[in-house]
Design a binder for this molecule. Structure first.
Ligand code: SF4
Length: 482
């Protein structure tokens, strides 16, 4: 469709954002994509476009962007050029799938619907193997030096580089989560979800849910239209992707997401529907990275892996960027801890990632994952906007965004009871993290501490009047203004 729009407009420089067949059919986790490979997944924005009969938006810029302070901008860019060494950055070298071997060794690679955290042959689906076997070239968002994306080609399966390549979430959601370790076939599945414009995480989770239901006899061959929904069945998985997008047969049920599909199948299927607030779990294991227990439970959009940096960044894992002294984070915490120190690390860095979302900074380029420190982020904002802005003001902007999201959710009927996790995460794991689980008491305490830090009322979940006043958000809650 992109080619057709450009041809009609007669200008190759148009950029196009669109939804696809999944969005047209109001699949609840239909996504939005620009340039065929840059995805805006999660939360079903494609279904929102579909509900408005909006298929695509094409636009073309004609004015060159100029920084408000060219001198400062040039200083900051020179600093970045001198400080960022792409040869030493594994994110640049191997992309987001670089960490699969270590996640697998640590037992936190979601496998077979989070039943395990370790898969045999996981190295087959790493970024390092991808580089050897199917990589055409690294991919990138516009003008990004990190260039963490991948473009792959598998001629015999019709996989083309213009659809990009599997990133970590897809590699796990269409791979280990379903018991699949065939790299080329995962690249094919990545292209399929891309062509239908589906969220690859929720698609994988819906299929994994169906596989576990099938294993327990809650779905039969009659329900699946003859598909053998067994772990590792590549053909069945790829057929199901199309059935979900077109809402055919079992695909129609799974297109509703695991929460609603489970309500229809019945109570016995509930343990297999892994979601928070209706959003399926992403490909990170809270039993081995405990801050994710808070992130998944508290995020306004349901289970979300980009709410704050993950726990390994608060160990000595990335020595150069791990600590964030500007926030007072000067000591490490361990991934399996869920204590007040971890809650503080999560709370403070959540504001920073909310700030990155607010200013359009990619968290793969900035602290604590990458080279751009908080102090430099302030300089970037000053250079581009010309505002005499401080780190304090920017962090407050992040917190204001988080507070507004919470006010919105409470207004829409969410309560503290929704800040929870699927029961499976409270159960002990098998494999390298044998016996590890999210301890329910530690989790409740961490939630209570988080509410105190964030200024949320324990009974209603609403930000307190004091917090609303501090954030200048009285306009969002008229009753708090008095
Ligand atoms: S680091 Fe961020 S901005 Fe750069 S290519 Fe990767 S996702 Fe895009």
């Amino acid at each position: 469709m992109e080619d057709g729009i450009r041809e009609e407009l007669g200008d190759k420089l148009y950029r196009i954002i669109q939804t696809g067949i999944a969005g047209e059919n109001l699949v609840r986790y239909a996504a939005v994509v620009n340039e065929l490979k840059h995805f805006n997944g999660r939360c079903g924005l494609g279904a929102v476009m579909g509900s408005k009969n909006l298929k695509a938006i094409a636009c073309r810029g004609r004015v060159r962007m100029k920084p408000a302070d060219p001198e400062l901008s040039s200083q900051v860019l020179t600093w970045f050029r001198n400080s960022y060494d792409k040869k030493r950055d594994p994110m640049h070298q191997y992309g987001t799938t670089r960490g699969i071997p270590s996640l697998n060794a640590e037992g936190i690679l979601p496998t077979r619907n989070f039943l395990q955290g370790h898969m045999e042959h996981a190295d087959d689906i790493s970024g390092q193997t991808m580089a050897k076997e199917i990589l055409k070239k690294p991919g990138t968002c516009f003008a990004c030096a990190v260039a963490c994306k991948r473009e792959v080609e598998v001629e015999e399966l019709g996989v083309e580089p213009r659809y990009g390549g599997p990133e970590y979430e897809t590699m796990a959601a269409q791979g280990s989560l379903l018991g699949i370790h065939d790299l080329k076939q995962i690249a094919k599945a990545n292209q399929l979800v891309g062509q239908y414009v589906l969220d690859s995480i929720s698609t994988g989770m819906a299929i994994a849910f169906a596989m576990e239901c099938y294993e327990h006899g809650l779905l039969t061959k009659e329900d699946t239209g003859g598909l053998e929904l067994t772990w590792g069945n590549i053909e069945a998985t790829q057929q199901l992707i199309g059935m979900i997008a077109r809402r055919e047969g079992l695909g129609d049920l799974l297109a509703e997401g695991t929460m609603r599909a489970s309500e229809k199948i019945g109570e016995k299927s509930r343990p297999f529907a892994l979601h928070v607030k209706g959003q399926e779990l992403p490909m990170h294991e809270p039993r081995g990275k405990k801050s994710l227990a808070l992130a998944y439970a508290i995020s306004p959009t349901g289970a979300d892996h980009v709410e704050a940096p993950h726990d390994p960044f608060f160990t000595a894992f990335h020595a150069e960027t791990t600590m964030m002294p500007e926030l007072g984070i000067t000591e490490s915490s361990q991934p399996k801890e869920l204590d007040p120190r971890k809650t503080k690390h999560f709370y403070k860095t959540q504001r920073v990632w909310s700030l990155y979302n607010t200013i359009g900074m990619c968290n793969f380029a900035a602290a604590p994952i990458n080279a751009i420190s908080l102090t430099k982020t302030v300089e970037f904002v000053r250079a581009m906007t010309g505002w005499d802005v401080s780190l304090y003001e920017l962090i407050q902007a992040g917190e204001r965004a988080d507070t507004m999201s919470r006010i919105f959710n409470v207004r829409e009927g969410f309560t503290p009871a929704d800040d929870t996790l699927p029961a499976r995460l409270f159960e002990p794991m098998e494999g390298p993290l044998d016996g590890e689980r999210v301890d329910p008491q530690a989790f409740e305490q961490a939630l209570a501490d988080y509410y105190l830090l964030a200024g949320w009322d324990a009974k209603t979940g609403m930000p307190t009047k004091a917090k609303i006043m501090e954030m200048d958000l009285e306009w969002a809650v008229p009753s708090a203004a008095g």
